[in-house]
Design a protein around this ligand. Structure first.
Ligand SMILES: [Zn+2]
Length: 73
């Protein structure tokens, strides 16, 4: 039984077209702002800094707060 020992010819990998920065910038700003809001709710939504009264949001993000090392209780 004859086996082929020759390696397959290398094929050119498809190259993704580069995205222009102007196309990414609005999405980067949007998600950056979204992450800042999320970071606020996880890290500072409590007590005097609370935007919403009650403990609902704090309790909802409580595990994330401890996971990220924010002081809590
Ligand atoms: Zn806690």
């Amino acid at each position: 039984m004859a086996q082929s020992t020759a390696a397959p010819a290398p094929t050119a990998l498809p190259v993704a077209a580069p995205l222009p920065v102007r196309a990414i910038l609005p999405w980067a700003l949007f998600f950056g702002l979204l992450m800042l809001v999320l970071l606020y709710f996880v890290g500072a939504e409590q007590g005097a800094f609370a935007v919403f009264s009650g403990e609902g949001i704090h309790e909802w993000v409580h595990d994330g707060r401890h996971l990220l090392g924010f002081p809590c209780h």
